[in-house]
Design a protein around this ligand. Structure first.
Ligand code: A3P
Length: 297
C-alpha cells in the first residue's frame, strides 16, 4: 500500500484502501458476522457499476408486490414517499446495530470484495445477492468523477494519477478485476444473481423481470413496465427521492451534483488517451482472459 494516497480519511482494511465513510478496521470486523436471514436482499457491486439504479429496481419491485398482494415486503414506507438513500442499509458504513434495526425483510447494500461482505461469504449465507457489473473503463471514469470531482475532498487526485491506481489495482475498494472475478466464481450459487449495467441499458424491462423472479415474485407485464418507466435515467435523475442529491448521511452535495451523471455506455472513449486505453486493455486481458467474462474489451 502506498501511504501517499491516505488522504481525507481514506484508510486500509485488510490491506485494501477504503474511503472515510467505510468503518475502520476494528469496527469493520464486527460486521463480518452481521446476522442475515433468507428474506434479506443484498445489492452488491464494485462502486459506480449501477448500484443505486439496481437498488431502485429492487425497492420498486418490493413496493409493487406489497401494493398488489398485501404481503409485507419490509418497506413500511413506500419508496415513492421516502428518499432512496434512506431506504437501504449498508452495514459496512452504518455498523451492525443500525442494519439490525431496519424493517424486515431488508434491502441491504455492500461494495465490499467477496470475502469481506458483511455477514460472511455470500454463497454460504441465507440471504439473496444481486451483484451488478459494468465495463471497467466506464467504472473507472465514473469513479474518478465521483471520488475526486464530486465528493468534497481536500486533496483532489488527478485523472492520470487515479488511472495509475486503477490499473495497478490499488484504487479505493481495491482491484476491480479481483472484485468481479471473486463474485463471478460464485455465479452458480442459487442465492447469487449477476446483472450487468449494459444489459439493463439495453433492456430494462427484462432486467426487472429477472430480478423480480430471483426475488421470488412473478409480476405481470404492466407492473414491470410501470417499474421500468420509473427507473429510466431521466426519470430517476428528475426524481428528488431517487436522484441522491443528498448523501445517505443527510449531507447536501454540491448543488450541481446528481448521482445520475451521464448513465451511458462507453463514456471512457471521451476520456482515456490511446496510450491509456492500450495499457488498460493489457491489464484487462492479463486478469480476465479465460474467466469466461466478456466486456467487449
Ligand atoms: P456515470 O457516472 O457513468 O453516469 P453507482 O450507483 O454504483 O454509484 O453507479 C453510478 C453510475 O450509474 C453513474 O454512472 C450513474 O449515472 C449511473 N446510473 C444511475 N442510475 C441510472 C439509470 N437509471 N440509468 C442509467 N445509468 C444510471
Amino acid at each position: 500500500p502506498n501511504s501517499d494516497v491516505l488522504w481525507d480519511g481514506d484508510h486500509f482494511v485488510n490491506g485494501i484502501l477504503f474511503p472515510n465513510h467505510v468503518l475502520r478496521e476494528e469496527k469493520y470486523k464486527k460486521v463480518l458476522d452481521f446476522p442475515l436471514q433468507s428474506d434479506d436482499t443484498f445489492v452488491t457491486s464494485y462502486p459506480k457499476s449501477g448500484t443505486i439504479w439496481t437498488v431502485g429496481q429492487v425497492k420498486l419491485i418490493k413496493e409493487k408486490v406489497q401494493e398488489l398482494s398485501g404481503s409485507i415486503t419490509g418497506d413500511t414506507v413506500p419508496l415513492s414517499k421516502m428518499h432512496l438513500a434512506d431506504s437501504a442499509s449498508w452495514p459496512e458504513e452504518d455498523g451492525k446495530e443500525f442494519g439490525m434495526a431496519i424493517p424486515y425483510p431488508r434491502t441491504l447494500g455492500s461494495h465490499m470484495p467477496y470475502p469481506m461482505v458483511p455477514g460472511g461469504e455470500p454463497h454460504k449465507s441465507p440471504a439473496k445477492y444481486i451483484y451488478v457489473m459494468r465495463n471497467p473503463k466506464d467504472v473507472f471514469i465514473s469513479s474518478h468523477h465521483y471520488y475526486y470531482v464530486v465528493i468534497e475532498r481536500k486533496h483532489k487526485i488527478k485523472f492520470d494519477d487515479y488511472f495509475e491506481m486503477f490499473v495497478n489495482e490499488k484504487p479505493l475498494y481495491g482491484s476491480w478485476f479481483d472484485h468481479v472475478l471473486q463474485w463471478w466464481e460464485h455465479r452458480d450459487a442459487s442465492n447469487i444473481l449477476i446483472v450487468r449495467f449494459e444489459e439493463m441499458k439495453k433492456d430494462l424491462h427484462k432486467s426487472i423481470r429477472t430480478i423480480s423472479q430471483f426475488m421470488g415474485h412473478n409480476l405481470d407485464e404492466p407492473t414491470i413496465n410501470a417499474i421500468a418507466e420509473e427507473c429510466t435515467f431521466d426519470k430517476m435523475k428528475a426524481n428528488p427521492l431517487l436522484n441522491l442529491d443528498t448523501s445517505r448521511f443527510g449531507k447536501k452535495y454540491k448543488k450541481d451534483y446528481s448521482h445520475m451523471r451521464k448513465g451511458v455506455i462507453g463514456d471512457w472513449k471521451n476520456h482515456l488517451s490511446p496510450e491509456q486505453t492500450a495499457r488498460f486493455d493489457a491489464v484487462y486481458h492479463k486478469k480476465m482472459d479465460g474467466s469466461g467474462l466478456d466486456f467487449g474489451i
